[in-house]
Design a protein around this ligand. Structure first.
Ligand code: ZN
Length: 293
């Protein structure tokens, strides 16, 4: 994540120039009425303050020192963080700062959630976005953390086998104990946060079909579909290294493959180099080289 993106800068400059041009045009049209110039100047000042407020807020958050206990926490909990270089560490930390300051994570019925749980989620988001500093997380709403390890289709806690959920129009749901377990073991190919975030990348074009098309180059969509489909076919017959859950549909195949990309990249590349290559290009990182475990 960045304080301000190139597209936002261009947008602000274009509107600045438009306001300025209209002001000068009206000034000449009104026979050099200086009050129009003053009004234009005030409008420009107001516009700049309004349009860059998010930028200033983020910049302030980024320039705030990283709390020592957060630093200790991520060093203990994230193998990924411990294995990236200083440039990527800085990016990781900035993403955590922004996430902690801006994103809404709450318990059921708006209950407050503890800081360590929110930090775990921030850590997962910072991992997924580490190769893409120009991306915002694909979170549409907020994140709701359920107590316990699982819930069922009626959202009954302690029943069923859902560890998380990524509804199209609704908050991401994560079960707290499953989230904690996801970061306790970072090499088992299981991480509920990576899984659900993959679904939200997938949802961005309005369909969950295993193709996060909005953030892909259009000429990569067809080869992507084929690779996902071929591995899904194997999973559907119980013959994929990704396991049977990936065979449920192509959206689940992509979500499970994303978990493997961050937790078992060596196995993923060995078993399906094409799928590994797709994810490597999508997330813009070579986790196999990055994660020596
Ligand atoms: Zn899923």
């Amino acid at each position: 994540m960045k304080a301000i993106y190139k597209a936002d800068k261009i947008f602000i400059i274009i509107y600045f120039v438009i306001i300025c041009s209209v002001g000068i045009f009206l000034f000449f049209l009104s026979d050099n009425n200086y009050r129009i110039l003053i009004f234009t100047l005030l409008t420009e000042i107001f516009y700049l303050l309004f349009s860059t407020r998010k930028y200033h807020k983020r910049l302030k958050v980024i320039n705030t020192p990283f709390p020592q206990d957060w630093d200790n926490f991520i060093k203990t909990k994230s193998k990924f963080f411990n294995n990236i270089d200083d440039k990527h560490k800085k990016r990781f930390i900035n993403d955590i700062k922004i996430f902690m300051s801006e994103f809404n994570v709450e318990g059921i019925k708006g209950k407050k959630i503890d800081e360590k749980t929110k930090l775990l989620i921030a850590m997962g988001i910072a991992t997924v976005l580490n190769g893409r500093p120009d991306w915002e997380p694909p979170i549409r709403d907020s994140i709701v953390v359920y107590p316990g390890r699982n819930f069922d289709e009626n959202f009954k806690i302690g029943e069923g086998n859902y560890a998380g959920m990524a509804p199209l129009n609704g908050p991401m749901i994560l079960s707290k104990d499953s989230l904690k377990a996801s970061f306790e073991n970072q090499t088992d190919g299981y991480n509920v946060l990576f899984h659900e975030i993959a679904h939200y990348f997938d949802w961005e074009d309005g369909e969950a079909e295993g193709v996060p098309a909005v953030r892909m180059l259009s000429n990569t969509i067809i080869p992507w579909k084929k690779v996902i489909y071929d591995e899904w076919e194997k999973a559907n017959k119980g013959q994929s290294f990704l396991g049977s859950y990936a065979g449920k549909n192509q959206a689940e195949l992509f979500a499970v493959a994303t978990e493997f990309f961050f937790e078992k990249p060596h196995l993923l590349r060995e078993k399906n180099p094409e799928l590994y290559e797709l994810l490597k290009n999508f997330f813009n990182m070579d986790t196999e080289k990055l994660i020596p475990y």
